[in-house]
Design a protein around this ligand. Structure first.
Ligand code: AMP
Length: 396
């Protein structure tokens, strides 16, 4: 079956058409600047990537252009819409309502809407994408795959904040976690690749991208993760602060004469390695280069990032009373050997030893610990689109 995977933002929409039997990507692309002017980037497998300007007043036009491109007589990859068996939608927040992927119906749409309070930037955009697809592809089954679902197995002690309990009851204030599709995919794949029995394993997944999070996966189930009510908690990220003393908010608000929105903007967009490097960059390629050229702020930013990752790994070893394997994934986890090296250097007490040669590799699954390392460490490229396609097929 061919599955169209959609990841819809407020002004952009990423898509992939995946053949679920071969798991090959037939075509992929991106609509940008929806509601502003609009452009479509489209690339069929083995073909050229082509970008064209197209008027996209709403997501409905954007999805119509995607369908037109996929069914185009020259560069298309299917003859007609009937060759698309299902659509899998990435949905950011499923709250406590959705602990797994679901086939979309009116009740599910209402459920996603009810979680919009918790993800006001993302869920409404996800809903717009789903509704536009329903309009243009009536009769095609659609599945919602939630970023939060994998983390719903966290125990109460991991998801409750030390706040008045009624905030949890009245406002659903608790830790949810994000990147769940990636943590689920990578933990399963790591067990497979490393020859571990997933149902009898302790795996820590470090999803280190521009947004970054870590999870503790015990016997295939998430027992803790670093992001919280929102994706701001946890690791130091590209531009997000991660964990900090909450009292800093009031202190900075007074010093800089900012309101709550102003402080939140700083914590989300001007902090992390970007802020630490004095606005040099949020991209680890730039930071590495700057560090090599003697930039002390870039060096400090990298060190703060790696130290935080190492501390989280240590705390998850405690949470699971041990660890069998650590998997690095996402843009930084997959590509930045220096980050993996620095993080693992803090974890020698676990009996981890790095294979420095293997750590230079890129672009595939590979082990970076030595044969005698007490904990296996691997790089496992994530593939959220494939994970969404798999979930979609399983449900339809
Ligand atoms: P993601 O959010 O998973 O797409 O990750 C994007 C981030 O990965 C970028 O902002 C970079 O910091 C990092 N990244 C991507 N490629 C490389 C690379 N070759 N070396 C170091 N970092 C990289």
């Amino acid at each position: 079956m061919n599955v169209l995977v959609i990841n819809c933002g407020s002004s952009s929409l990423k898509f992939q058409l995946i053949d679920s039997e071969s798991e090959n990507v037939l075509a992929k692309g991106l609509c940008e600047r929806i509601g502003i002017d609009g452009s479509l980037t489209y690339q069929p497998a083995g073909g050229e990537k082509v970008k064209s300007e197209k008027a996209m007043p709403t997501h409905t036009e954007a999805i119509q252009f995607v369908i037109d491109a996929l069914t185009d007589s020259e560069t298309g990859v299917v003859k007609s819409l009937s060759e698309i068996g299902a659509v899998g939608h990435r949905v950011v927040h499923g709250g406590e309502k959705f602990a797994s992927s679901v086939v979309i119906n009116d009740e599910v749409l209402a459920g996603i809407e009810a979680c919009s309070d918790l993800a006001p930037l993302h869920n409404p955009a996800n809903l717009i994408g789903i509704r536009a697809c329903q309009k243009l592809m009536p009769g095609t089954p659609m599945v919602a795959v939630f970023d939060t679902a994998f983390h719903q197995t966290m125990p109460e002690k991991a998801y409750l904040y030390g706040l008045p309990y009624e905030y949890y009851e009245k406002y659903a204030v608790r830790r949810y976690g994000f990147h769940g599709t990636s943590h689920s995919f990578v933990s399963k794949h790591a067990a497979d690749f490393l020859g571990l029995d997933l149902n009898n394993s302790k795996i820590i997944v470090a999803h280190l991208g521009n947004g970054a999070s870590i999870s503790a996966v015990l016997n295939g189930k998430c027992v803790d993760t670093s992001m919280g009510l929102t994706p701001l908690e946890g690791l130091v990220m590209g531009t997000r602060s991660g964990d900090m003393d909450p009292a800093i908010m009031e202190y900075i608000a007074k010093k800089e004469d900012l309101d709550i929105a102003g402080v939140m903007n700083v914590l989300n967009k001007k902090s992390g390695v970007y802020g630490l490097s004095k606005n040099l960059s949020s991209d680890f390629r730039d930071l590495e280069e700057a560090m090599e050229n003697g930039n002390k702020y870039a060096a400090a930013a990298l060190e703060v990032f790696c130290y935080r990752v190492a501390k989280y790994i240590g705390s998850y070893v405690a949470a699971m009373n041990g660890v069998d394997a650590i998997a690095f994934t996402a843009g930084i986890g997959e590509n930045a050997g220096i980050v993996r090296e620095k993080v693992l250097a803090y974890l020698g007490y676990l009996g981890i030893t790095l294979d420095a040669e293997a750590n230079k590799k890129r672009g595939e699954d590979f082990v970076i610990s030595t044969a005698d390392s007490k904990v296996k460490v691997a790089v496992i490229p994530t593939n959220e689109e494939l994970a969404i396609a798999r979930e979609t097929v399983a449900l339809v």
